[in-house]
Design a protein around this ligand. Sequence first.
Ligand code: GTP
Ligand code: MG
Length: 148
Amino acid sequence: KERTYIMVKPDGVQRGLVGNIIARFEGRGFKLIALKLVHATPEHLEKHYADLKGKPFFPGLIKYMALGPVVAMVWEGLDAVKTGRVMLGATNPLASAPGTIRGDFALAVGRNICHGSDSVENAEKEIALWFPEGVVQHELTLSTWVFE
Ligand code: GTP
Ligand code: MG
């Protein structure tokens, strides 16, 4: 049972894409185990994107992510990290395939709608950062029909 941290970015919230993004993860068969709407501080966002500190776009990225509330979520299921990244599409929407979240809704790398963890290790770090209170343990009765 793998977990990934998925976050609808402020532009995704403003554009009314929260429900669509949740529906994609639900429909694919993942289990929602944490969810909240939060207007993050720049300090918190700098921790989330700590690996990118020093990149020329870093200050702009923090400003973008602090423009408004985000929807923070944890989804659990088979290969959640890799499949989550495939569902997101490429970082730059110029290269995101149609059918992916970014390929369907985004045009610019600086307004790319949604975040997804890029490794199991980073997912664990991000889940701890955004949900220090922990996640919710529960079973979906249909889970054995989604993966063995
Ligand atoms: P996240 O899921 O948000 O972490 O995106 P990613 O893993 O696909 O890409 P990465 O972690 O490398 O970059 C994080 C975010 O920084 C991206 O989603 C973009 O919003 C932004 N970003 C990355 N590269 C660029 C760039 O070259 N220019 C600008 N303006 N923004 C960038
Ligand atoms: Mg990333």
